[in-house]
Design a protein around this ligand. Structure first.
Ligand code: HEC
Ligand code: HEC
Length: 430
């Protein structure tokens, strides 16, 4: 709420109430023969409107002073975001800044395994076979690998949105399966909580692999002696092939699809020459601008399995001109999305849940505007008593965009850049 409104509104309510009290006490009270308590009661009854309005104003004012929804839980940690601004003097920060340093983390070599589905080499090998198995699609034309092309497209498909059976166009962009095993939530909207749960989705999805029923998938694989053998080896018993085990084997395979071989990880592990100057500048900006408020931890997402805290954010969180341009709203409103991992992000365009953006530079501008309010508009923090009200809201510069993109490129796996799989550690030796 505007401060001016408060300055006018509050005195108006007080004056109104005072004149009412005066009227009741001097005229109505004596006329009706009321004593002191009675007069105040009558004042209260007549003044209900003023009191209610006063309370409403107080509540509105309190809410208005709360920081923006998306940033509120992060406010404490957001100190990092203001350090750069403070140090280069771009805004005056009256409060002493508690020194909080963002801790950069390298990607683990292996994804943690759930107790219910421990990996073993036979299971991983079976999972790999199933990942490439077109019999798992209704008409036998598609496998997981059709959309998640591990080497040519870094685990995605290079399309804006996925192409399922019968050339049906799905509504969402295909995310990479590389490092998906390190996410606590899967899918753009985070609706699956594990790889096991996730794998069933595309097989049965009529727009993707279009398998009519789980039983049909089981029936097709049971027909083959080699699958009966592979399942027995992987699960160590002769139980019949089940849909659940199909998903388990695929998940065990996906847990081996990890890419810690990046310039960034080498840098964090101590090779100080691993990053180019532009990438280093980008890394500093990534922290100081506040990208780390959401893209944190080794997976560059708060939805990461390691160190993740709050997987979801409203996107776009701030009104931005980009929302129309790239059709970012769902039914006219911002959606709630999982914070995307930025691992190999430079290799997995087009970007965002609807695949509407085909330049990484543009995604970075959109993020700065939509998620950090760097849109040139001062709509978010009108209240000039608060530190955040003084933050720089101007759009980030072309140089900053270039440096950020250079840094994001440092998250690309060396071996994926060569279109290969990293050799060590060997897949499925866990
Ligand atoms: C027709 C293309 C297509 C096929 C075939 C396909 N996927 Fe996907 N995959 C997608 C799309 C699109 C999404 C995102 C869907 C969403 O978020 O709603 C996705 C999401 C995923 C994710 C989540 C990644 C993340 O970061 O959240 C994993 C893991 C995955 N698929 C694995 C598989 C497996 C395993 C198979 C085979 C059983 C498979 N996919 C088959 C298109 C496909
Ligand atoms: C308030 C949280 C938040 C902040 C701050 C934020 N992001 Fe994001 N970012 C997200 C969410 C949520 C998504 C997923 C959007 C979607 O579903 O389309 C995302 C997606 C992305 C993507 C696209 C990933 C893909 O695979 O398509 C990139 C690149 C990215 N962010 C970079 C950045 C950079 C660089 C910054 C800092 C300038 C930043 N983000 C700041 C929440 C945030």
């Amino acid at each position: 709420m505007d401060n001016a409104l408060l300055e006018i509104g509050l005195p108006a309510v007080l004056i109104g109430f005072a004149s009412l009290a005066l009227m009741v006490h001097k005229e109505l009270g004596p006329f009706a023969g009321l004593n002191g308590a009675g007069r105040w009661l009558l004042t209260g009854v007549f003044g209900m409107g003023f009191i209610a309005f006063g309370i409403k104003m107080a509540v509105a004012f309190a809410i208005e002073r709360l920081p923006e929804q998306t940033i509120a839980p992060l406010l404490e940690r957001s100190v990092v975001a203001w350090q750069r601004a403070e140090s280069d003097g771009s805004f005056f920060n009256p409060a002493p800044v508690r020194q909080v340093h963002y801790v950069w983390q390298a990607l683990p070599e292996r994804a943690p395994e759930p107790a219910a589905n421990p990996g073993n080499p036979a299971k991983v090998a079976l999972g790999k076979r199933l990942f490439n198995e077109t019999k798992l699609s209704g008409d036998g034309t598609l496998s997981c690998a059709s959309c998640h092309d591990l080497y040519s497209h870094a685990g995605a498909d290079a399309l804006p949105t996925a192409l399922g059976i019968d050339d049906q166009r799905g509504p969402r962009n295909t995310p990479t399966v590389w490092n998906a095993a390190l996410m606590s939530r899967l899918f753009w909207d985070g609706r699956a909580a594990s790889l096991e749960e996730q794998a069933a989705g595309p097989i049965l999805n009529p727009l993707e692999m279009g398998m009519p029923t789980p039983a049909e998938a089981e029936r097709r694989l049971r027909l083959e002696a080699s699958y009966r053998q592979d399942f027995a080896r992987a699960f160590g018993d002769d139980a019949p092939i089940s849909f659940e085990r199909i998903a388990q084997a695929i998940a065990a395979y996906e847990r081996t699809l990890i890419t810690p071989d990046t310039p960034y990880d080498r840098f964090v592990r101590g090779d100080t020459s691993a990053l180019k100057p532009a990438q280093l500048r980008g890394m500093a900006l990534f922290e100081s601008l506040g990208c780390v408020l959401c893209h944190r931890g080794p997976s560059f997402s708060d939805a990461g399995l390691v160190g993740g805290e709050s997987a979801f954010r409203i996107f776009p969180a701030n009104e931005t001109p980009y929302e129309k341009q790239y059709d970012l709203l769902l039914d006219g409103k911002p959606g709630v999305w999982r914070i995307a991992s930025l691992r190999n992000v430079a290799l997995t365009g087009p970007w965002l849940h609807n695949g509407s953006v085909d330049k990484l530079e543009e995604v970075v501008r959109i993020m700065a505007s939509a998620q950090l309010g760097r849109s040139g508009k001062l709509h978010a923090w009108l209240n000039d008593d608060r530190q955040l009200g003084r933050a720089d809201r101007s759009p980030i510069s072309d140089d900053e965009v270039a440096d950020l993109v250079a840094f994001l490129e440092a998250l690309s796996s060396d071996s994926l850049l060569r279109g290969q799989r990293r050799q060590t550690p060997a897949a499925g030796t866990s």
